[in-house]
Design a protein around this ligand. Structure first.
Ligand code: SF4
Ligand code: SF4
Length: 461
């Protein structure tokens, strides 16, 4: 007797067989209003994800993390490693924003905007369908084997590798300035490191989009596991209306509206049955909504047996307004983080200078003169060359008889994002010294005229 056909349940992961092998899904095609909206969104986002490093705002890349230069560009602003603390606000802000969106609309990020879904469903899955046919044709051909299957698979994988190579290069543009990338592609001649990285990312993307697919969402991505803590009774989720659908039955006669046609399962890219309730594997892609609406149209029943609604709505038929206390708390947190970020980011100086007493003795005495040695670290935080001048602040030495300073280089030229370490001395006759005191020096950026006043402590016996 043949083993019963396996169907998705709540106790096992449908995409993994009992023996641990992979149960490769053959996802069915679907059309409908949500699918149309999604494809428009995917098209726009693919453009954004690929072109973002090429777009310039205020002469700077919209987004670039320049690791060799230890600098980053974000929406026209420039950040160096000294500004790294500001990314705390950005990362926490993005996390809280994701919390807000999830608490209101469930996993819309996963279904509509996550690059994993956008490229899988917007690029690779459609190509697979064009070359290998629709679900049933694919299943039949995979079973039959032969030349017809082989040439289609070879063609599909060749196109996948070509696309992955291009997406890998597009991804690397987030870390290598585009003008440098233009010199490197297509063969990365002369830059073995970039070549190795491009091969690594190509391989990783190819592995992901050709084979691993939904396993990335189920196994690797932590966001799905957080879902249960982020959604509440009033969050909009994709669900099945049990009150209306049950008892399910084959055919359109008596019972609930679900005719157990399995379409909502066949179109699911993570292989779950939405009728089993909200599950970790659901990425909110809306395929099951469109699939079921299509079936409802065909059998003359109202759409919406599977739909966006809150758990409260599914149970009672009445949903609460979207704006709830939890949302307001998140909103206050994100506004506070945003305000802090803007305040700190706009108050940043175009250069940073740190002066410290040199290691070793706090002072030395030579021929009756006390000498203090300092180490100065100057960093240009802009991406263009700058000239800096160092001198004692106005009146800093007034009233200090015999005080001198030696700055080996009082005019310093620093390339964009460059930094320099220098030493300088302050000297005072021992006879003039009574107590430790502070001297002020000014560091001036010749381009902007911005001046920073730095205090150094003079010590003696
Ligand atoms: S598509 Fe709709 S009718 Fe068909 S099994 Fe799913 S919920 Fe039932
Ligand atoms: S259950 Fe529906 S919304 Fe969730 S992943 Fe499957 S098809 Fe997409």
């Amino acid at each position: 007797m043949a083993a019963p056909k396996r169907t998705p349940d709540l106790n096992t992961v449908y995409t993994i067989n009992d023996d641990g092998s992979r149960n490769m899904l053959q996802v069915a095609d679907v059309k409908g209003r949500w699918t149309t909206r999604k494809y428009i969104m995917y098209g726009l986002l693919i453009l954004v994800y690929v072109l973002a490093p090429w777009i310039k705002i205020g002469g700077h890349p919209m987004i670039l993390i320049d690791i060799p230069k230890r600098a980053a560009y974000l929406m026209g602003a420039t950040f160096t490693n000294q500004d790294f603390h500001l990314f705390f606000f950005v990362l926490i802000g993005m996390g809280v924003l994701l919390f807000i969106v999830t608490s209101l609309f469930g996993r819309v990020w996963c279904g509509f905007a996550c690059p994993q879904t956008v490229f899988m469903e917007g690029v690779f899955r459609p190509i697979e369908r064009i070359i290998e046919g629709r679900r049933l044709a694919r299943i039949k051909r995979n079973k039959a084997g032969g030349f017809d299957k082989t040439w289609r698979k070879l063609l599909k994988h060749a196109i996948f590798i070509f696309l992955c190579w291009n997406f890998a290069i597009a991804f690397m543009c987030y870390f290598i300035p585009t003008r440098e990338m233009l010199h490197l592609v297509p063969f990365f001649s002369g830059d073995t490191t970039a070549l190795v990285w491009s091969l690594f990312w190509t391989g990783l993307l190819y592995f992901d989009y050709s084979w691993f697919r939904e396993q990335t969402c189920l196994i690797i991505c932590p966001y799905g596991r957080l879902q249960s803590t982020l959604v509440d009774y009033d969050t909009l989720i994709i669900g099945y209306d049990k009150n209306r659908g049950e008892p399910r039955h084959k055919g359109i006669e008596a019972g609930g509206d679900c005719i157990d046609c399995h379409r909502c399962v066949d179109v699911c890219p993570t292989g779950i049955d939405i009728r089993n309730g909200l599950q970790l594997e659901c990425i909110g892609c809306t395929n099951c909504i469109d699939a079921c609406d299509d079936i409802m149209d065909k059998i003359g029943k109202p759409q919406g047996l599977v739909r966006f609604d809150s758990s409260r709505g599914f149970e009672t038929g009445k949903s609460r307004p979207l704006l709830r206390p939890r949302f307001l708390i998140y909103a206050v947190v994100i506004l506070a983080l945003g305000a802090l970020f803007v305040t700190r980011a706009t108050k940043r100086e175009s250069f940073q200078v740190v002066v410290m007493r040199s290691q070793g003795l706090p002072y030395s005495i030579e021929n009756g003169v006390i000498r203090n040695l300092y180490t100065m670290h100057l960093q240009n935080k802009s991406d263009v060359e700058q000239i800096y001048f160092i001198r004692p602040a106005d009146g800093a030495l007034a009233g200090h008889e015999g005080v001198e300073y030696i700055i080996p280089q009082d005019r310093i030229v620093l390339e964009g994002f460059g930094d320099r370490q220098l030493t300088f001395f302050t000297m005072m006759p021992k006879s003039s010294y009574s107590l430790a005191e502070d001297f002020h020096f000014t560091f001036t950026d010749s381009t902007s005229g911005v001046t920073q006043d730095i205090k150094v402590r003079f010590r003696g016996p």
